[in-house]
Write a protein that binds this ligand. Structure first.
Ligand code: CAA
Length: 258
């Protein structure tokens, strides 16, 4: 499919999606969000894809929801149209692992999109923020909810109330990003992480995603029971036999998603 606002490339079992509105620092308008959802759903259906990467440009992952688009709307428009609900829910329903490779600005909806991914690899120049308060609104795609779960109340309040930006080092200390790498190496490091994930059993990596996400939704007792039962159920797969036999035979496992 031909896209106007993103560039999609599938190779070596990885679907790489590059946000591509350079003139607007990849601001998320509805066209971009809808194209992104279509690309992610295609990647979910494509048997060749085992891991997904979302990235932007060196200057901006995404500088937020498109302010020009929103400035023309009133409460009735956004409430009745349920602005951003369908798109963010659809992104949350993608079951394959998604890595965000973030360089430059990840602000507002950009930070929220990165947090919808399963983990974030940041370049040294990455800047995260929820500056919606400067526009007279609050975050609308998870900036008060996912950020609080990821970095805790103190920093989430600070970011959302002051609108200040967090640099990559602080984001790593706070647990928002999994690692920080030199800007020139961002894509190599991210694609290498994606490649490692692509080599695992897709069944297992999709189960890991469900288990870790469950930790944010439920009590420890329920989460541990969910994890243990899923662990038990994986003993019914050929990939469990292959993984354990390969270890015993001192060779690399060849997973077949069965
Ligand atoms: N929406 C629309 N256009 C945007 C944009 C956005 N979020 N962010 C940047 N742009 C546009 C600018 O308008 C500018 O376009 P023109 O050249 O046509 O004027 C172009 O991108 C380059 O931006 P700047 O000239 O401002 O670049 P800069 O380097 O001086 O500053 C910046 C960069 C600090 C990121 C600044 O652009 C900025 O503050 N952007 C807005 C960030 C923001 O408030 N994001 C939150 C949006 S609301 C939201 O996301 C709601 C939600 O939770 C769902």
């Amino acid at each position: 499919m031909a896209y106007e606002t993103i560039i999609v490339d599938v190779s070596d079992h990885i679907c790489l999606i590059k946000l591509n509105r350079p003139d607007a620092l990849n601001a998320l308008n509805l066209e971009l969000l809808k194209e992104l959802v279509t690309a992610l759903q295609d990647a979910q259906k494509n048997d060749k894809v085992r891991c997904i990467v979302i990235t932007g440009s060196e200057k901006a992952f995404a500088a937020g929801a498109d302010i020009k688009m929103m400035s023309e709307q009133n409460f009735v428009d956004v409430f009745l149209g349920d602005l951003f609900t369908e798109e963010s829910d659809a992104i949350g329903r993608i079951r394959k692992p998604i890595i965000a490779a973030v360089s430059g600005y990840a602000l507002g909806g950009g930070c929220e999109l990165a947090m919808m991914c399963d983990f974030i690899i940041a370049s040294e120049t990455a800047k995260f923020g929820q500056p919606e308060i400067n526009l007279g609104v609050v975050a609308g795609m998870g900036g008060t909810q996912r950020l609080t779960r990821l970095v805790g109340k103190a920093k989430a309040m600070d970011m959302n109330l002051t609108g200040r930006f967090m640099d990559a080092a602080e984001a790593e200390r706070a647990g928002l990003v999994s690692r920080v790498v030199p800007t020139k190496k961002l894509m190599d490091e991210t694609m290498s992480a994606a490649q490692k994930i692509a080599e695992k059993s897709l069944i297992t990596s999709m189960v890991v995603k469900e288990c870790v996400n469950r930790a944010l939704e439920t009590t420890l007792t329920e989460g541990l029971l969910f994890e243990r039962r899923v662990f038990h159920s994986l003993f019914s797969t050929e990939d469990q036999k292959e993984g354990m036999n390969a270890f015993m035979e001192k060779r690399e496992a060849q997973f077949r998603d069965k």
